[in-house]
Design a protein around this ligand. Sequence first.
Ligand SMILES: Nc1ncnc2c1ncn2[C@@H]1O[C@H](COP(=O)(O)OP(=O)(O)O)[C@@H](O)[C@H]1O
Ligand SMILES: [Mg+2]
Length: 351
Amino acid sequence: MNIPEPLLPLFDEGLVDEVLRPLMSGKEASVYLVRAHGQRCVAKVYKDAQHRSFHQRAAYSEGRQVRNTRQRRAMQKGTGYGKALLEAEWQNAEVAALYRLREAGVRVPEPYHHADNVLLMELVKDDAGEPAPRLYDIRFSEKDALAVHEDLIRQVACMLSAGLVHGDLSEYNILMGREGPVIIDFPQAADAAQNQNSERLFLRDVKNLADFLGRAAPRLRDTRYGPEIWDLYARAELRPDSPLTGRFQRRELPPVDTRGVLEEIRASEAEATARPMSAYQLKKQRRLEEARAAREAEEAAAAARPAQKRGHQPAPAPEPKAPAPAKKPKRRRRRRGGGGAGGPAKPAPRP
Ligand SMILES: Nc1ncnc2c1ncn2[C@@H]1O[C@H](COP(=O)(O)OP(=O)(O)O)[C@@H](O)[C@H]1O
Ligand SMILES: [Mg+2]
């Protein structure tokens, strides 16, 4: 077949020898079956960034690290540059997730190469060596549905113990490979610890599995693997091989020892006040107090000023913290040639 334009650079670099046929064109990507180095593999071509909704991605991208403020601003504004950055981040997240999950022992396709909006990866094959069908394409017996569900729950737990949530797990993003179900399509994968939506996304992912496979095995609909696994994760107790039951009762957190905490606070307070201040600390404290007094005086003067100008009653001055000691009124000297005591009082010079 004709070489689709986005795949031309891979030809030029000798990474792809032949395009065999299109496999699938989804909402986010066009996927081709290609031959590379004599081996059949998959080229996922990400759709033109201009035709995507970037708003929908906010929940997934939440918490992802962006390098600098200029880039962050461009991404928020949705400028051309910002969209290009978001797109790169989106694609990189998929590749990074694939590497991280293979490392963690989750069954995902092996990535071979990623550049110019194309991800070259392992072809997931069925028993006959053909591109594997999606879960959606298969009619399961109850027994098979239960076995596939158990396998996927283990993989999802393994994924979360590696710190990742798929975020779009469904019968469309799981292929039925020769060795068992293979999870694909990771650009939206969320970092469980960084993304504030990760718990919600995780529970939805696990519920999707029970809903779909529950059509063939209705008892899956009553399982509670999502909350069970998340609870273990939140307690830092989740391991790839943690025993799971599908039943879940929220365990109470150990009661807080309020008295112990209060005693602790009192003890450290006592310690702090008992320690004499150093000369430096005393000086610093005095300076702070002086600065605060000066600031308060200035604020009081500023509050009184505009009101006087407009001829209104001056605003009541803020109450002093402690009553000021009564001062003896100074005797004014009569100025020579001046307006004298009867003249209007001159405003005090500003400090
Ligand atoms: N590694 C692969 N092996 C076999 N088929 C694949 C592979 N990757 C993707 N596909 C096929 O392409 C389809 C779309 O890929 P996917 O990564 O889910 O992109 P999209 O974001 O468009 O949903 C999948 O449903 C599957 O049928
Ligand atoms: Mg998909």
